[in-house]
Write a protein that binds this ligand. Structure first.
Ligand SMILES: Cc1cc2nc3c(=O)[nH]c(=O)nc-3n(C[C@H](O)[C@H](O)[C@H](O)COP(=O)(O)OP(=O)(O)OC[C@H]3O[C@@H](n4cnc5c(N)ncnc54)[C@H](O)[C@@H]3O)c2cc1C
Length: 495
């Protein structure tokens, strides 16, 4: 299927990466390593994507009904990393604790942002990044290149694309576009009877930042994923009552049960919202045919996000259908537009940024001609087979891109098959496995009470040693993968 190409020298392409979050930065580095000429267009005033905390919210549209939302980051003030730093770093740039900074195993969002900036600086990526630059339109030209129209947000008074002036536009043509715009910004809302007319406050977690506005309120938190649980527990500290709506009993893990029992005074579990009533009450279906209702002040929907690429024109070659972005061969290449269009960062519940690195390295090597993709029909067939297998396994369409952090083998096989990415082995494997276990088993306190035992303690010692070693002798990060010197001139030592 996928082949390593023969003796042709790698070709350098002019590549536009859209987005400078974790995925875009991983892409930029891998593309530069493969000697491509890279421009990263980023709409925000800094790199980091979601990890660039923004205290502003989409206040005029707290449900995020209009697309695209105006504020990119959905991160709330108290957010801490859910996976330990040991399993969150780039493969050759460990997320080592730094003195004077947040050195916790599960650091806050600011530390993750600083780490991404450190990564950028270490690899000289900022010279490729154009900040405050929003891509408005990207489409293939008749010559199968990509016309990209962007807008310098620094040149318009308001960052509203309706109020742009023509002077602020920049039109450019690239050989290839890598889409790395993330998928945790555009709210995904449930359909609940009475939502349109309910008189209380309704918002999506995208617009949640701090608990204070909910002091003394009765709050219903719909959705029991990571954000739903985090937000319910945080608001519980100031609210009169919090009702966490789980969706099903399967979402009620032993960890969640413990937390509910501990805070039973004002944190309650409900299974499903039946409707929002005209008199301001929220009615629940409680299972077994029974129901109940409460008078509530606010409903917060922690119901996830939708994939959205409002700038991308593909003539129907790539579409989003119930959170399935497709067709995408291996979640990366749309067969009819490959390899000049690719996506890095579409899979969910993976180890980031490691998995982004593997995707990006594959894209970089395919673009340079070092790897070949299967024929278009074969890629399409593979995507169809994948869809059929997921459907046969009962996986709803909306979870098409959900890999599952437990599936380290998938990530390893992908990297090995497509770009010779090293497998996660030995103590590193132990760290990844233990980080998932920690998340699942000890919901409320895992971040601080996490206990290292046996092999995990040994793995942690190895990790600390690797940090010390890395800090005294960082790798020659920017070197091309075929051994030529660093394209930025910043890192000239051999690998
Ligand atoms: C509340 C919350 C908690 C999370 N917690 C964790 C966690 O603990 N661990 C974890 O691994 N992951 C977590 N994530 C997921 C997190 O989003 C990923 O870790 C990672 O940030 C995804 O990187 P990305 O580059 O794909 O997307 P993003 O970080 O969203 O970056 C995309 C970038 O594209 C830019 N962009 C978008 N559209 C345009 C355009 N038209 N023109 C130019 N630029 C554009 C954006 O401004 C942004 O900088 C969390 C997400 C949320 C919302």
């Amino acid at each position: 299927m996928d082949t390593v190409c023969g003796s042709e020298p790698p070709q350098s392409k002019k590549v536009c990466v859209i987005g400078a979050g974790m995925a875009g930065l991983a892409a930029a580095r891998e593309l530069r390593r493969e000697a491509h000429d890279v421009t990263v267009l980023e709409q925000s005033g800094d790199v980091g994507g979601q990890w660039l905390y923004d205290p502003r919210t989409d206040a005029a549209d707290p449900l995020g009904v209009a697309a695209p939302v105006k504020v990119h980051s959905s991160i709330y003030a108290s957010l801490r990393l859910i996976s330990p730093r040991q399993s969150t770093g780039f493969t050759d740039f460990p997320f080592c604790p730094k003195s004077g900074r947040d050195d916790r195993r599960f650091p806050g969002h600011r530390e993750v942002h600083l780490y991404l900036k450190d990564f950028c600086n270490a690899f000289g990526l900022m010279e490729a990044v154009r900040l405050n630059t929003r891509v408005l339109h990207a489409a293939m030209t008749p010559a199968r290149r990509w016309a990209v129209r962007s807008m310098d947000l620094g040149l318009v008074e308001c960052d509203d694309t309706d109020e742009k002036t023509l002077d602020a536009y920049v039109d450019e043509v690239f050989d290839a576009v890598v889409v790395a715009t993330g998928h945790y910004s555009q709210p995904r809302l449930p359909s609940i009877e009475g939502m349109e007319t309910w008189r209380g406050r309704q918002m999506h977690s995208h617009s949640y930042r701090v608990p204070e506005p909910f002091r003394g309120e009765v709050v219903v938190v719909v959705g029991c994923g990571e954000s739903g649980k985090d937000i319910a527990m945080e608001i519980r500290g100031v609210a009169k009552e919090v009702y966490l709506v789980a969706g099903s009993m399967e979402a009620v893990t032993p960890g969640l049960s413990k937390v509910l029992a501990k805070h039973s005074a004002n944190l309650h579990l409900r299974l499903e919202v039946e409707r929002l009533c005209e008199d301001g009450r929220v009615a629940f279906k409680d299972g077994g045919g029974s129901s109940s209702s409460i008078a509530a002040d606010t409903v917060i929907y922690c119901t996830g996000y939708s994939y959205s690429f409002p700038f991308l024109e593909t003539g129907g070659a790539v579409a989003v259908d119930d959170n399935r972005v497709g067709p995408l061969f291996e979640h990366v290449f749309p067969p009819s537009l490959a390899p000049s269009l690719s996506f890095v960062g579409v899979p969910r519940k993976i180890f980031a940024p490691r998995f982004f690195e593997t995707q990006a390295r594959w894209v970089a090597q395919v673009l340079s001609g070092r790897r070949a993709l299967p024929a278009e029909e074969e890629m399409l067939r593979s995507v169809e087979e994948f869809y059929r297998a997921r459907e046969a396994a009962g996986v709803p369409r909306k979870y098409t891109h959900e890999i599952g952090r437990r599936d380290i083998t998938y990530m390893d096989d992908f990297g090995e098959k497509y770009c010779d990415f090293p497998r996660v082995e030995g103590w590193k494997h132990e760290l990844l496995v233990s980080s998932v276990r920690g998340m699942i088993e000890n919901l409320e306190t895992f971040r601080d009470d996490y206990k290292d035992t046996g092999s995990i303690r040994r793995a942690m010692q190895e990790w600390h040693l690797s940090c010390v070693q890395w800090q005294s002798s960082p790798p020659s990060c920017c070197s091309y993968t075929d051994g030529r010197p660093c394209p930025t001139g910043l890192h000239q030592r051999a690998q």
